[in-house]
Design a protein around this ligand. Structure first.
Ligand SMILES: [Zn+2]
Length: 319
């Protein structure tokens, strides 16, 4: 391997991914490891994985221009510090993670929240390629979001812009992890979809569904999504209901931001058209003219690799 590469490091709650990515978004030397259940150990592992990639690059005569990191928790972008981690113990508040990793690897390093980096990955190399303004919605266990313009993340005054998951779409609705009620996340996240399935089974034990024989604690949003794709009627209804809430929030956001495209990423992207068909239909209903006709809605294209490719894209666009 020769030429210029950017190192992407993606720090999620369950996995840390590392790879080298070229200027066209092609990945090489992808490595994945489980995230240690302690922040200190996770930092050591990150540096070790980075050094491993450096050795391979050196041996092959490749140049690593810089490092981009995506972190699964809030990041203060101007100070390049991790505010805290929702996932594991041992992450200091206001941790200068980019600085620590950069010093250890001897490379310029940038860090951002992982929804922002995934959005950047999609904007440069995925479903948003060629689009100037993008609203990205990441639907996994929670809901994150990002605004990208001209291949740059718009961070806002408090590094909190694009956090569509905590837009309140139902007054006095179900409680959200953030303490408010009726947030989009509490109604349309993977967690919410799993809970909706369990509720439906409790309310109507005779309902026809392949979830019937699954232990309640194993009913997750991911499972509901998979079963919906396979045609399970209850699961399709739950996914369509989530799609409707997502469309409502997206339509409202489009009135403010007026993007060229809305991209839905995260774990839910594996449901493809099962989600997107009802989502487009609801969006056409909720959005104002001309966005209702002209704003494009896409499912993310980079799948599980969006995190690590997007992290590298952060280095590519800012270093
Ligand atoms: Zn919330």
């Amino acid at each position: 391997m020769k030429g210029k590469f950017y190192m992407g490091l993606d720090v999620g709650g369950s996995k840390i991914s590392a790879a080298l990515v070229d200027t066209k978004g092609q990945m090489s030397l992808l490595r994945r490891q489980s995230t240690p259940p302690d922040g200190k150990l996770a930092q050591e592992l990150l540096i070790e994985m980075g050094q491993g990639l450096q050795e391979h690059a050196d041996a092959g005569g490749a140049t690593i221009v810089g490092v981009g990191m995506g972190f699964g928790g809030p990041v203060d972008y101007p100070s390049q510090r991790v505010r805290r981690s929702h996932h594991t113990e041992g992450w200091d508040i206001n941790l200068p993670l980019a600085q620590t990793v950069g010093e250890q690897l001897g490379l310029p390093t940038r860090i951002d929240n992982d929804a922002n980096t995934a959005a950047l990955g999609e904007a440069l190399f995925g479903a948003g390629k060629g689009k100037e303004r993008i609203l990205y919605i990441n639907v996994g266990t929670g809901i994150g979001g990002a605004l990208v313009r001209n291949q740059q993340i718009y961070h806002g005054a408090h590094s909190n812009a694009g956090e569509i998951g905590h837009c309140i779409v139902q007054k006095d609705g179900p409680e959200c992890a953030c303490g408010h009620r009726g947030c989009l996340e509490a109604l349309a996240s993977g967690t919410a979809m799993g809970q909706a399935a369990v509720r439906a089974l409790e309310e109507n034990p005779d309902i026809e569904t392949s979830l019937k024989n699954v232990p309640r604690e194993e009913i997750t949003g991911e499972l509901v999504g998979d079963m919906a794709v396979e045609g399970d009627e209850l699961c399709r209804r739950i996914v369509a209901e989530a799609a409707d809430w997502l469309a409502l929030a997206a339509a409202n956001a489009c009135n403010l931001w007026d993007p060229d495209a809305v991209i839905i990423g995260g774990g839910v992207s594996s449901t493809g058209e099962t989600l997107m068909e009802p989502l487009r239909e609801s969006f056409r209903r909720y959005a104002t003219s001309p966005q209702n006709e002209e704003t494009d809605l896409y499912i993310a294209r980079l799948g599980y690799d969006a995190g690590v490719i997007g992290a590298a894209a952060l280095a590519l666009t800012t270093l």
